[in-house]
Design a protein. Structure first.
Length: 220
C-alpha cells in the first residue's frame, strides 16, 4: 500500500482501477520507459483488495490480489483475498509477484514444474510493510524462498514509523538462488540498481537439480 501505508480503513482510502494512483503509475511508466509495480487499496464490485499493480510502459497492466490476509491486524475483516498468482514475463525472465504476509506461506510461492525447462519463474518479488520487531523472520524467509525455489528473491520493505508508531527497519534485500545476499539495506530509504544474470539461475538448477526430488502438488 505504497500510497497510503498499510491501513484497515479501505472505505476512506480505496481507489478504483481508474483512479489517480493507477493513472500516475501509467504516466510515469510511459515517461521512464520502465515497468513500475507496487500495491495499493482498490475497490471493485463492492469489495476491497490489497492489489499489486504491474504497469507496463505501453499502458497495459497486470495485477495480483494479496492471497494471505494478515488476520493478526484484522486485514481479513476489511479486505477480500485473491485466489490467483501473477507471474509476469519480461524479456525472457518470469517474475512471481507477491505481497508481504504471503512470504510466510511457502506453498503459495513453490515452483510446481517438474522439468527444469518448464520452471514457473526465475524471480520472486515481495513488496511489504513488515515491522522491525519481526525483521529476523523477514530476512530468514526471503533467504529460504530463494534457496527452496532456486531463484532470485527480492524483498522491498518500508522504513520509519507508521501512523500507529510501529517501526519498520526496511531490510530490503536481493537474494541469489543459493541464498547468497546480493544486496541489503536497513533503516534508510535507498534507490539501488542491480543486474541479475539468468545464467546464475540456470547453472544453479543444473548443478544442484534438487527440484527432481520435490513433492508433486497442485494449487487449485
Amino acid at each position: 500500500m505504497f500510497n497510503t501505508g498499510f491501513s484497515m480503513q479501505p472505505e476512506k482510502l480505496a481507489e478504483t482501477m481508474e483512479g489517480p494512483t493507477v493513472d500516475w503509475m501509467r504516466r510515469l511508466s510511459f515517461e521512464k520507459r520502465a515497468i513500475i509495480t507496487g500495491s495499493l487499496i482498490i475497490e471493485e464490485a463492492g469489495h476491497f483488495y490489497n492489489r499489486l499493480i504491474w504497469m507496463l510502459p505501453n499502458g497495459q497492466l497486470g495485477y495480483y490480489d494479496k492471497r494471505h490476509l494478515f488476520a493478526f491486524a484484522g486485514e481479513d475483516q476489511h479486505y477480500t483475498g485473491g485466489n490467483k498468482r501473477l507471474i509476469a514475463s519480461v524479456k525472457g525472465w518470469k517474475i512471481n509477484l507477491q505481497i508481504c504476509y504471503d512470504l510466510r506461506f511457502p506453498v503459495w510461492a513453490r515452483q510446481q514444474a517438474k522439468e527444469d525447462s518448464d520452471k514457473e519463474y526465475d524471480v520472486l518479488l515481495y513488496v511489504a510493510n513488515w515491522p522491525e520487531k519481526r525483521n529476523h523472520a523477514w530476512k530468514t524467509l526471503l533467504t529460504a524462498r530463494a534457496i527452496e525455489n532456486q531463484c532470485f528473491t527480492i524483498g522491498v520493505n518500508r522504513v520509519g514509523l507508521d501512523g500507529n508508531n510501529i517501526a519498520h527497519s526496511g531490510d530490503s534485500m536481493v537474494v541469489g538462488p543459493l541464498g547468497e545476499i546480493l544486496y541489503h539495506c536497513a533503516y534508510e530509504e535507498d534507490v539501488f540498481h542491480i543486474s541479475l544474470q539468468k545464467e546464475e539461475v540456470n547453472n544453479t538448477r543444473d548443478r544442484f537439480p534438487f527440484w527432481k526430488d520435490a513433492d508433486n502438488f497442485t494449487i487449485l
